[in-house]
Design a protein around this ligand. Structure first.
Ligand code: NAP
Length: 249
């Protein structure tokens, strides 16, 4: 399938996990790619892998929580490819901590990256996406759909991403711009590999979020992101789709 032939996509968090898998998937489907992340070396590696799949690729180190860096990244994409058809907001950070021990500074940073960063990217990309009648795919989480213990900041940030997604979907639907979110759960990535539980965590509480079958790789989410960003998703708008193997069904 070459659903993205002649199109350009900007992907954040593209150096790792779900972001890299989405970049590779869109590369295989013919998209030009502008890849963004904080991790310079891993980002360059993602770009190389996408190039090997035939994509025209540019990449830029960018903190999605920084307004001017976000503006520069979107401008760089528009300059390089002359268009933007799909924005995939995948960059994110996780904090597992008892709510009572979560500092204001930690809470603020999680909101800045996961929620403000998603908003800043959407806002900067809007003129281009309206022109192309394109699509936004945001990354929420099962933590936005059900209580996730020890994730006060993270869960709040993803709840905000879900609400932002529905807001943009409705606000721009008449202009042909769609906005959807994926809600992954139990996906094997560096984030889930390194996210250790806080001391004295109640394992019974945590066990509700365990996969019913088995954890999957990030490709399981990339396929859905590609669907929502593509013409196959043309009548899907303001939707949040769980990719968690049925944990929250
Ligand atoms: P990951 O492997 O850690 O990838 C996240 C990427 O985002 C990393 O390369 C990270 O760079 C980058 N990033 C972090 N802060 C950034 C910033 N301020 N600006 C630009 N890039 C930044 O994690 P993942 O599991 O693929 O997660 C991707 C998204 O899926 C996240 O939004 C996450 O919340 C969401 N999600 C994942 C799961 C899961 O089961 N894996 C479940 C629900 C939701 P650094 O490595 O330098 O920080």
């Amino acid at each position: 399938m070459k659903r993205f032939a002649g199109k350009a996509a900007l992907i954040t968090g593209a150096a790792s996990g779900i972001g890299r898998a989405a970049a590779l998937r869109l590369a295989e489907e013919g998209s030009d790619l502008y890849l963004v992340d904080l991790a310079a070396d891993a980002l360059a590696e993602s770009a190389q892998q996408c190039g090997e799949r035939g994509a025209a690729v540019a990449h830029a180190v960018c903190d999605v929580a920084d307004e001017s860096q976000v503006q520069a990244a979107v401008a760089g994409c528009a300059e390089r490819f002359g268009r933007l058809d799909a924005l995939c907001n995948i960059a994110g950070i996780l904090l597992l901590e008892h709510a009572g021990n979560t500092t204001a500074q930690q809470f603020r940073r999680i909101l800045e990256v996961n929620l403000l960063g998603t908003f800043l990217m959407c806002r900067a990309a809007l003129p281009h996406l309206l022109e192309s009648r394109g699509a936004i795919v945001n990354t929420s989480s099962t933590a936005a759909l059900a209580g996730m213990p020890y994730a006060a900041a993270y869960g709040a940030s993803k709840g905000g991403v879900s609400a932002l997604t529905r807001t943009l979907a409705v606000e721009f639907a008449k202009q042909g711009l769609r906005c959807n979110a994926v809600c992954p759960g139990s996906i094997r990535t560096p984030m889930t590999g390194s996210g250790s539980l806080p001391e004295n965590a109640d394992l019974q509480l945590v066990s509700r979020a365990m996969p019913l079958d088995e954890a999957r790789g990030p490709e399981a989410v990339a396929g859905l992101i590609a669907l929502l960003a593509s013409e196959d998703g043309r009548h899907i708008n303001g939707e949040e789709v769980r990719v968690d193997g049925g944990t929250l069904a």
